[in-house]
Design a protein around this ligand. Structure first.
Ligand SMILES: *[C@@H]1O[C@H](CO)[C@@H](O)[C@H](O)[C@H]1NC(C)=O
Ligand SMILES: *[C@@H]1O[C@H](CO)[C@@H](O)[C@H](O)[C@H]1NC(C)=O
Ligand SMILES: *[C@@H]1O[C@H](CO)[C@@H](O)[C@H](O)[C@H]1NC(C)=O
Length: 443
């Protein structure tokens, strides 16, 4: 096994290319005195890397836009999904009419006949929706009343990590990694699929409904190759800030576009930013969706690689790889498996995954078992979709137990390093945030 050790010095040389990093270093010097290394010094060790990896010095916010790649395989309309037994033939994605769906990356309207229909179905499910007021954007600091209740009746994950028994937060078996990528499909998704194919790995993809409209064939290839497809809302809002009707619309349109492209509807979802409380849980349950979070190390830290922030420059490749080292070391000590947060929206996140994190994970001793979340839960892939679920090993979310009383708080109401809702002071900012994503998508 080849061991590559990047010293802090080498990392600092990489960081010098990044003006933001230099600023962080300067500001940390001002607050020095504890003897702790400044946050720009990140060291990490990798057992191996991909020989064709993009150099770390090029995985920066102002990186040159890379050429995108073709999908490893495409599938024709009518093809039989062999990975998902009993699934209907693949729909014709060319028939998808974007004009009959809500707009890209914008919170859905609730006055459409579709959303009105889903509201009525949620009502008819008989599942009571707790009377919890929406939070305001800004996370814990902006919501003192909700934060004080975060580990009680509200069970709000964002402030301290409260989870219910029905939330999937880890895989049950030691050293098993439920691999997930969020926020796609994107122009860089095929690069990731190519690598996963080469290594015979399958993942769970939490897809943003409005981006499925942009890349329906990417979604079809993921699905047909046996990856798990799951819901990540229509436009990636913080769900606890929305009204009941908006939450229903965000989940409903995502379920619908995935069904229109694949012929099946996911039974699992991940709340954007992990932002879930008992109101969101009840609505999701009424819509047949089981929440999937990511593993928490402590009240203040989760298994978040922070790969999302590489693109903006708020994080660096060396910091992400140090996060990854912490995660793999912690994971190795756990009695259960684990789930972490990674993304396939930006080229930088895909580059760090295929060049460094995944090759290192594959070389890890003792070996990790890397598989989609549904598989790590020891359930067949057919359970990942409402139409093919036989409802035996994976009863629909609607009939699953785990009501109030099973709340399990893992920490206080302190701020959470990985829930980035704090940066969004109002609905206007949510829109601004998503617009910046569109700008990237259209480069
Ligand atoms: C369904 O709607 C009716 C009429 O608005 C209301 O009385 C009832 O409580 C609702 N049921 C649920 C489960 O929300
Ligand atoms: C677990 O991660 C934390 C950082 O979140 C790190 O300080 C700690 O050293 C890690 N534990 C192990 C066993 O590596
Ligand atoms: C499982 O339940 C869902 C509704 O939640 C239904 O659509 C599906 O047909 C059921 N599966 C079987 C095999 O009965």
């Amino acid at each position: 096994m080849k061991t590559i050790l990047f010293s802090s010095l080498a990392v600092a040389a990489v960081a010098a290319h990044n003006p933001l990093e230099a600023r962080q270093s300067a500001s940390s010097a001002a607050s020095a005195g504890t003897g702790a290394p400044p946050p720009s010094s990140f060291s990490f060790t990798l057992a191996t890397t991909n020989p064709t990896a993009i150099p770390l010095a090029s995985i920066v916010s102002n990186a040159q836009t890379q050429a995108t790649h073709a999908l490893p395989t495409t599938f024709s309309p009518g093809a039989t999904p062999t990975a998902v037994k009993g699934a209907p033939p693949l729909p014709n994605a060319a028939l998808l009419a974007p004009s009959s769906y809500p707009a890209l990356d914008v919170i859905v309207r609730t006055d459409s006949p579709e959303v009105q229909q889903w509201i009525s179905e949620v009502n008819k499910s008989g599942i009571p929706i707790p009377d919890i007021a929406p939070t305001v954007a800004g996370g814990c600091p902006a919501n003192p009343v909700a934060a004080a209740d975060a580990d009680k009746s509200r069970c709000w994950w964002t402030c301290g990590g409260c989870v219910q028994a029905t939330d999937i937060t880890t895989c049950p078996d030691k050293l098993t990694w439920g691999l997930t990528y969020d926020d796609g499909p994107s122009p860089y998704t095929p690069d990731l699929l190519q690598f996963l194919n080469e290594k015979n790995l399958k993942s769970t993809f939490f897809v943003v409904g409005s981006r499925v409209i942009s890349f329906p064939s990417f979604l079809q290839t993921e699905y047909m190759q046996g990856h798990q497809i799951a819901v990540h809302t229509w436009s990636h809002p913080s769900l606890t800030t929305l009204t009941n009707a908006q939450i229903i619309g965000e989940l409903g349109w995502s379920k619908k576009v995935i069904k229109d492209v694949l012929g099946v509807t996911p039974s699992h979802f991940r709340p954007p930013f992990g932002d879930i409380d008992n109101r969101v849980r009840a609505i999701a349950k009424a819509m047949g969706l089981t929440p999937v979070m990511w593993t928490r190390i402590s009240p203040m830290a989760t298994f978040d690689t922070d790969d999302f922030d590489l693109h903006s420059g708020a994080s660096t490749a060396s910091k992400v790889l140090q996060n990854w080292n912490f995660i793999e070391a912690n994971a190795t000590t756990f009695d259960t498996g684990f789930i972490l947060l990674e993304h396939d929206l930006f080229q930088q996140s895909v580059d760090i995954a295929t060049g460094y994190i995944l090759p290192d994970a594959l070389a890890h001793q003792p070996a990790f078992k890397i598989e989609p979340v549904i598989s790590c839960m020891n359930k067949p892939l057919t359970d990942a979709y409402i139409e093919t679920n036989d409802n035996k090993t994976n009863p629909p979310a609607q009939s699953a137990s785990g009501g109030p009383g099973s709340a399990q708080a893992t920490g206080g109401s302190g701020s959470n390093g990985s829930a980035v809702v704090a940066a969004l002071p109002g609905l206007g900012s949510v829109v601004a945030f998503t617009i910046s994503l569109i700008a990237v998508m259209t480069l």
